[in-house]
Structures are given as C-alpha cells and as structure tokens.
Design a protein around this ligand. Sequence first.
Ligand code: AMP
Length: 428
Amino acid sequence: MIFNKREELKYKSIKGTKDILPDESHIWIEVENRIRKVMHTYNYKEIRTPIFEETKLFARGIGEFTDIVGKEMYTFTDRGGDSLTLKPEVTASVIRAYIQHNLGEKQPLTKVYYISPAFRQERPQAGRLRQFHQFGAEAIGSKNPAVDAEIISLAANIYESFGIRDFVIKINSVGCEICRNEYKNILKKFLIDISNKLSPESQKRIDVNPMRVLDSKDENDRIATKSAPLILNYLCNDCKTHFAQLQDLLSFMNVTFEVDGRIVRGLDYYTKTAFEIISTELGSQDALAGGGRYDLLVKELGGKDTPAVGFAAGLERLLMVLQKQNQDKFQAPRPKVFIAYADKSCEKIILNLAQKLRAKGVPCEIDLLNRSLKSQMREADRQNSDFVIVVGENEVKSNRLNIKNMKTGKVEEIDLGNLENYFLSSNG
Ligand code: AMP
C-alpha cells in the first residue's frame, strides 16, 4: 500500500528511535570498523553483553539518585515477574560480565571495548535519542594513572582517526570516598545559602547529588555557582598525586587537555579522574564522550575490590560531526559487474554466470524485474557498477562475452568460460 502523507502511515518508528536505512548503513559499518581498528591498536578486545539486564544491576551500578535510574530507564516486568531494563549504558553490564566470568583471573588488567545500542527515555532532540548507540572502553584492574591516560588518549585518538580536531578534553578529579565526603558537606552549605537562585532541578539535587549542580546547563545555575568551592582544592594527598601524575602523563603523550573543576559525571562510584570530550561543532548536546575512574564499582556489584577506568561515547554524535565536516562520504557497497540480458531466453544463463561470480566473491547484479535492455542499462548506471556485460543469443552461440569497463569505456572480448578468471585477475 502506498501512502501519500506521513500522517496516514499506520505504523511509525517510536519517537526518539531511528531506522538506519540502506543508503546510510555503510557509513555506520565503516565508522564502527574504524573505531574497532583504533581499539585494537590499544589492545582492547570487544565484549558484547545482552540488550537487557536485571533492573537492580543498573540501580546499583549507575546509582539510585541519578537521572538515568530515577526517570529515564525502559523498565518492564517479564512474564515470569522479573523486573528487567533495556541497558541505558554499558559499563554496568561489562562489570557484571567481568565478575560473572572471572575475567580478572584470566588477565590481571582486563581491557575491553563495546559498540552497543543504549536506551534512555529522554526528551528527543538533535543529538538526543531514546535508542542511541555508544562505543566505549573499560580497563579493569589497575590504579595506575597511566591507565587513565591511556583511556583518555584512546578516546581522543578515535576522533583524530576520523580527522576530527575540533574537540576539547576536559579533565577533573572527583576525589575519593574520604575527601569527597568532606567536600560535599562544604559544597552543600554553599548551595543551601544560594538555593533561592537555583533552578528547581538543582534545588532538588542539593541533598542527593550536590556535585551535579555544578554541571547544570541552566544559565542561572551557572551564574549562581560561579564562586562555588571546587573539589580540586579539597583533594586528599593520594587523589592530588594521582591527578598531578595523570596531567604529567597526558602531556608526555601529547594529549591536549583543560582542567575543569566542574566536570563531575554525577555517579557515586566515580573516583579520582573524571573527563568529558566536548565538540565545538555540536549545539546544546555537545558532549561527544565522558568517562573516568570508578574504583568502587566492581566491589559494589559483588566482585573483589578492583579499580577500573573507562569512557563511553555517543556514536550518533560522532556521525553528526562527521556529517558537518563532510567526512562521511564513504564508499557504499555496489556491484562490480552488472550482467544484463538482451533476450529473456538468456535469463538462465545470466543467473548461472552471476552464481559463478558470486561464488568467487565478485559482487554482481542482474535484472530480476523483466526489464527491457535499455532500462537494465539505466539500472547498471544507477547502481554505479564498474563493468557491464550484455548476454544475448549471439553471445550464447559464439561462447564469447563483451565486458565493458564503465569508467574507461573500454570493451574486452573474452571466452564465456573465462569470466570468473577475468574478474579475479588484475583486469577486474
Ligand atoms: P553519558 O554516560 O550519559 O555521559 O553518555 C556518554 C555519551 O553518550 C555522551 O557523551 C553522548 O555522546 C552519548 N549520549 C548520552 N545520551 C544520549 C542520548 N540520549 N542520545 C544520543 N547520545 C547520547
């Protein structure tokens, strides 16, 4: 059935979700492959976890008082009565898998990456979807600030590998259980004093998550908290040393960064390093990636006390930047050869020839719509195939084929039995 207007469609994709259509899927494939390539240069291995997990994993792993757990998760009860949730991010699942499969015993430093859909019930807008895709990496098993530096450089390197340079890496330290608690009390006092100047959202956060008030996007909140105490001035010696070492290492690795005391990332399990990568190309949703150290999470989820650090990045946001910079013009898959028939009686022969070429891995296309030769040629052109072969009675009788190179216009005649060899040799 054909519909004239979109409103008449009976079924539409759900708000905040997107179809990746045939003329754009090759961009996704190429981008994902390039991400994988950079991940492999840092010796991270891919991990794939299920789309849904027990709800309590995320409640625990992300934090009860975060926006994600509080109001954004797609949670449902299955027929067995279990509460399940579509993963709103991937770190909790990775750590669950790390503990469940004893990955730490096989490898003292477990380095994994993922490319995965994620689901959050947010208000959709440019760069903010309800089903989106994240790529990210986790290094589990070391306190060494060199791992933080590696993770930050890995994230930055992925953007650089696409020729993207218009981004800023902002780093901070959110301290540890000891120094952060002391700081939180000081910050709370400051925020209570200015609470009448804060947005209702930030007012609510003073008690449960005061540090999040500092990274509020609300302009009035920003003005009101301009002179707020920042954690960098309250770090304990251990956290201070870790942060100084990280900066030193990044400088040695030629990774350019800015220190920004307002990067807080909001989760309780973040410790020490927190960072964000901000694009100067995107509008209000300008965060390309975020990450940090989370030394308390593995234990919190029932594993041994194991330090870890990682990052997560939005794939759609990377694609948006690539599109803006006109850097997403990747070659789509296309048939190398289009085999047309001059006469319907030759249909079986072209099916057979295509079968042979495909078996040798040569992408080819034939007409399946009973089209005239003229419209087959138009189709070959539209498909942008490198070569065209027309099979008619003459060709069948003589056992010879003309192969036309569509770029040079050159025509070569070969024996029908030599077709596969032609395309496997340097000609094709
Ligand atoms: P987060 O852990 O929330 O900081 O997410 C990590 C990255 O995922 C962000 O920096 C964004 O690039 C991307 N991201 C998060 N939420 C969304 C969303 N709703 N739609 C598209 N991308 C998102």
